[in-house]
Each structure stands twice: as structure tokens, then as C-alpha cells.
Design a protein around this ligand. Structure first.
Ligand code: P1T
Length: 390
């Protein structure tokens, strides 16, 4: 389904609502139908309307892929059943013996996939702090086929210079992949900064309502998109049409949700910074954040994720984590409701403690996905959790 909206001429919100979608040609339905079909009738063998089988193509999925590709400014999007399935597809572009340079602070599941699954199949990898360009340059002296990083990172909100890392990687002949889940295309478009591929967990801000799991790869160039699309069909980790519909619906409000996420997160980060029981606050919007100036240059605003080090031991931190009420203790992020995570025992438990400490996060780190509730209620909730520290 080609978009009726010529993209570059329109603003972000207009594209978020319309790109990839048009009223259904059969009925005029304004919303993209959920094509709950696994197969499509053929007029004669091999003659069909472009759809043969829903692992290969589905119209609801087409609309979602075209929509996210438009928002990221890429040639095409390729949707997957989860963020990790998207990650796996991208890493399946590589051969046994190839080397990945992995950012030092990434989602624990990304690390686990590389360390526990793909390394067994002959992929080698090294971890590098991508905020340190000299370290990236040195790490690229060893033959490397792909550089993978997040900005801002999960969970420490580190900001890397996407254009500079991409330039170094390209000089070394490596592909550049940015996991843009935390920023979303509303706040940052890595392809415009030089990345070759963007990966999303659609489960997060793009879906936006904690009711669906999905993933997306967007490629800057059509040829690379085709290679990912081949893997989508050949491996088969595709999302169902209802999931695609839910994400399409979520994206329609992405811009307004991100503005409110940013408003609330900025206020929470500012209040945490002044708190006696907080050792450090990680939020790119704070002028004290080492990546603040860079974030101002490459992002529209600073996002809805905030993490901080409590002045507390592991046991006290766990009590704190469990005692917020509005901030539900749960993995995931990016929904309208606020969530609280203890990375060391939850989302990043699969990262060995020594690696975690090297990346700079301790057992007292708390990560907040700041939702869209009223700020006063959110802060009152956190004050209640602080009261458990005595
Ligand atoms: O959960 P899934 O849709 O498979 O996406 C994996 C993933 C990829 N990239 C980033 C930056 C992520 O944060 C995630 C998933 N993260 C969580 C579940 C979490 O709580 O951090």
C-alpha cells in the first residue's frame, strides 16, 4: 500500500497518522483493516495480487512497515514478532567468523542473544564504550563487519555521537546499526545521521500502550532492506496482523505522547537530582549529563526514560523498587503508564555483574519509564518509595 501522502512535504504528526495508509479500496474503511488471513487465492498458478502467503506478505503488515520506514526516513521497513526477532534478523546478515562491535550499554536481551546464542554459532564480538570515539577507533583496528549500539542506552541513558561512530565504522567497512527504541523517530532519526539500519522494539513507545510485542528493522538503502526482507520470510519470525494494527494505532499519537513523556521525565529527573538519597541521575536532558550537548544536537528532546543510583544497598533498593504504586514494578517501557525496573535483577540480569559494573551500573540502579500520568502524582509516588529508606 503506497502512502497517499508525499512524505518529505509533510510534518511528523501528519506522517505518523497517514504514512503507509489509505482508506480501504473495497469498503472505504478509514482504518487499515486487520487482514486475518494466512493465504490468498490465485487466479492462475503464480498469478496473484501481490499476496501469496502471510509469512511473506500481509497488507496490515505492509502498512506498518511503510509507516515506520517513512518516519525513520528509510527505504523500507521490515517487521518482526519482537524487538529481539528484529535484532536476530539483522545479526543473521553476518557469517560465522564475522565480528560485531557491541555498545557497552545495551538491552540485556541483546547482549544475551549475541553472547549465549550467536557466539556459539561462530560470531565473535567485542564490547566498546561508543561514547568514547577513540575507543571505537581502536576497536575497529580488528576486522569488524557490524557496529551495534543504542543512543540513549538502556539503562544508563548514555548518548553516543551517531554520525561520528557511523563515519568511523564506515571507514572500517562495517555496517552501522542503531537501536532507536529509547529515542523513537520523533526524537531522533539515526539513518539521517549515517546509520545503515535502525532497529526498534515496537513493544515500547511505538506501540505505546503495553499491549503488544513487536519489532522493526528500517534500512536506509533498498538493497539492504531486501536482504533483511529475505530473512524475514526465510526465518519466519513475523508479527500477526492484529499486532501490526495495534502498533499502527499507537503510532498515530506518538508525537503527542513523546512530548508528554519528555515533560514528565524532565521534571522527575530534575527533582531526583536534588534528592538526598540519590547518588546520581542519568538523564540526557540534565545539563550535568556528559552527553547533554550532543543530545541537544542530535535529538529533538531527551525522552521519557530516567535512571538513577540510590544511596542504598541491594536489599534497600529492592524494597524501594517494590514500594512504588503508580510506578508499577515491571520490565518493559514506553507505555502510557509509568513503570519501574531494577535492572540488576530484572531486565539486565542476563548481563554478568562484572560487565554491568564495567558499564557503570551497580545493584542500586533504578530505571523509570516515566508515563503520561499527572506529574504531581508521579512525584508523590516516588516520595513514598523514598520514605521506605528511612
Ligand atoms: O522485548 P522485545 O520487543 O523483544 O525488544 C527487545 C529490546 C530491544 N531493544 C531495546 C532497547 C529494548 O529495551 C528491548 C526490550 N527491553 C525491555 C523489555 C526492557 O525492559 O528494557
Amino acid at each position: 500500500m503506497d502512502s497517499p501522502i508525499p512524505s518529505p512535504a509533510r510534518g511528523f504528526s501528519t506522517r505518523a497518522i497517514h504514512a503507509g495508509q489509505r482508506p480501504d479500496p473495497t469498503t472505504g474503511a478509514v482504518m487499515t483493516p486487520v487482514y486475518l488471513t494466512s493465504t490468498y487465492v490465485q487466479e492462475r498458478p503464480g498469478e496473484h495480487k501481490g499476496y501469496e502467503y502471510s509469512r511473506t506478505r500481509n497488507p496490515t503488515r505492509d502498512a506498518l512497515e511503510a509507516n515506520v520506514a517513512d518516519l525513520e526516513g528509510g527505504a523500507a521497513g521490515v517487521a518482526f514478532a519482537s524487538g529481539l526477532a528484529a535484532t536476530h534478523a539483522v545479526l543473521s546478515l553476518l557469517d560465522a567468523g564475522d565480528r560485531v562491535l557491541l555498545g557497552h550499554d545495551v538491552y540485556g536481551g541483546t547482549y544475551r542473544l549475541i553472547d549465549k546464542v550467536l557466539a556459539r554459532q561462530g560470531l565473535s564480538y567485542a564490547v566498546v564504550d561508543t561514547t568514547d570515539l577513540e575507543a571505537v577507533r581502536r576497536a575497529l583496528e580488528v576486522s569488524t563487519q557490524l557496529v551495534w549500539f543504542e543512543s540513549p542506552t538502556n539503562p544508563l541513558l548514555c548518548v553516543s555521537d551517531v554520525a561520528a561512530v557511523a563515519d568511523l565504522a564506515h571507514r572500517a567497512g562495517a555496517l552501522v546499526v542503531v537501536d532507536n527504541t529509547f529515542a523513537t523517530p520523533y526524537l531522533q532519526t539515526p539513518l539521517a545521521l549515517g546509520a545503515d539500519l535502525v532497529v526498534h522494539s515496537l513493544t515500547k513507545y511505538l506501540g505505546g500502550h503495553s499491549d503488544v510485542v513487536g519489532g522493526m528493522v528500517v534500512a536506509r538503502e533498498a538493497e539492504l532492506a531486501e536482504r533483511v526482507r529475505f530473512l524475514q520470510n526465510a526465518v519466519g519470525a513475523v508479527p500477526g496482523p492484529l499486532d501490526c494494527f495495534l502498533v499502527l494505532r499507537g503510532i498515530k499519537t506518538l508525537a503527542v505522547r513523546m512530548e508528554r513523556h519528555c515533560d514528565n521525565a524532565e521534571r522527575v529527573a530534575g527533582a531526583l537530582q536534588g534528592h538526598a538519597r540519590v547518588r546520581a541521575v542519568h538523564y540526557p536532558g540534565l545539563s550535568s549529563h556528559p552527553g547533554h550537548d550532543l543530545a541537544r544536537r542530535q535529538m529533538r528532546r531527551f525522552g521519557g526514560m530516567v535512571s538513577f543510583e540510590l544511596d542504598a544497598d541491594l536489599e534497600q533498593t529492592r524494597v524501594f523498587a517494590g514500594s512504588a504504586g503508580l510506578f508499577a514494578l515491571a520490565e518493559s517501557l514506553g507505555g502510557v503508564e509509568s513503570l519501574l525496573d531494577h535492572p540488576a535483577t530484572m531486565t539486565h540480569a542476563s548481563v554478568p555483574r562484572a560487565e554491568r559494573l564495567k558499564a557503570g551500573f551497580t545493584d542500586s540502579l533504578i530505571r523509570l519509564s516515566v508515563g503520561l500520568e499527572d506529574y504531581g502524582d508521579l512525584w508523590a509516588d516516588l516520595e513514598g518509595a523514598f520514605a521506605t529508606l528511612g
